[in-house]
Design a protein around this ligand. Structure first.
Ligand code: FE
Ligand code: FE
Ligand code: ZN
Length: 290
């Protein structure tokens, strides 16, 4: 069975329980959350998050805890070799996030590898590897999933080989996997239109078994634009047919698919987009959107 869901909010008063309810309202069987505002370090205490209620709700609907994917906050930049305080904050905060996610009982933490800013690309990669080596513990139950990036600014991770290199140089590399974002890869210069060939490329570089999660987004820009602007499903340069084939491809059956497409007139498009992607029915897609 295909597992597909969307980015869901986590907010007062129901927190995680509300996130699972939101996913269920889209007829989803997976979801992705941030454990707090992605742009800052303020976090509600674990006791406030309704963890048990959320887990019970998932159980009732046949979802295992790995279907609750967590995205690490953007403020974490392990690739910054020039500003020690940014780097220290990234290390400390990612370690705290791991502890929180392990208390919640989720398994996958999606992480943007980092941006090298004014430092060199090579130093950025080295700092990411060193950082992950400082952060990970053998007793950890989570996996960090390095996300494929569009290559906006000095973002590291637009090439699959770089992501593989990082995993291979982390001592506890069993705790490292990958999250493939369709918009980011297209913007990063990979052609997704021949889906089988693209999957072969993923398998040859990263290994399909090391890709437990994908972000399914269309793109507002042509291949190789390095922009990272997500479009609604079927409204961008990747197109419905390709995204449908990716979501339903037998070689990607094990992959949890998460939509991060933009809201349309203030409303989440996810229920309709999930329905369209499951049923190969572009007519089910929401009106409007871009
Ligand atoms: Fe991301
Ligand atoms: Fe993404
Ligand atoms: Zn993006």
């Amino acid at each position: 069975m295909i597992r597909i869901g969307a980015h869901c909010s986590m907010k007062s008063p129901l927190y995680l329980e509300g996130s699972v309810n939101e996913a269920l309202s889209y007829d989803a069987n997976a979801l992705m959350i941030y454990t707090g505002p992605p742009q800052n370090t303020k976090r509600s205490p674990l006791e406030a998050l309704h963890i048990e209620r959320a887990r019970e709700l998932m159980r009732q609907h046949g979802m295992t805890m790995d279907a609750m994917v967590v995205h690490a906050p953007y403020i974490i930049n392990l690739g910054n070799s020039v500003n020690p305080s940014t780097y220290d904050l990234a290390i400390n905060f990612l370690r705290m996030e791991i502890e929180r996610v392990q208390c919640i009982g989720a398994k996958y933490i999606v992480l943007h590898p980092g941006s090298h800013t004014t430092g060199s690309f090579e130093d950025g990669v080295r700092y990411i590897i060193d950082g992950l080596n400082q952060i990970l513990k053998p007793s950890d139950t989570i996996m960090i999933l390095l996300e494929t990036m569009a290559g906006k600014g000095s973002e590291i991770g637009k090439n699959l080989e770089t992501l593989k290199w990082i995993k291979d140089h982390v001592h506890l590399s069993d705790h490292i996997g990958f999250c493939v974002d369709t918009c980011h890869m297209h913007d990063g210069g990979y052609d997704l239109s021949n889906v089988d060939q693209w999957i072969d490329t993923l398998d040859a570089t990263l290994g399909l078994t090391h890709i437990p999660v994908m972000h399914i987004n269309d793109s507002k820009n042509p291949c190789g634009s390095h922009k990272d602007r997500h479009a609604n499903i079927g409204k961008g340069y990747i197109g419905f047919t390709t995204l449908y084939r990716i979501v339903n491809h037998p070689r990607l059956e094990h992959v949890i698919k998460i939509l991060e497409t933009p809201y349309i007139d203030g409303n989440p498009p996810y229920g309709a987009e999930i329905k369209a992607l499951r049923s190969n029915d572009p007519n089910a897609l929401p009106e409007g959107g871009a």
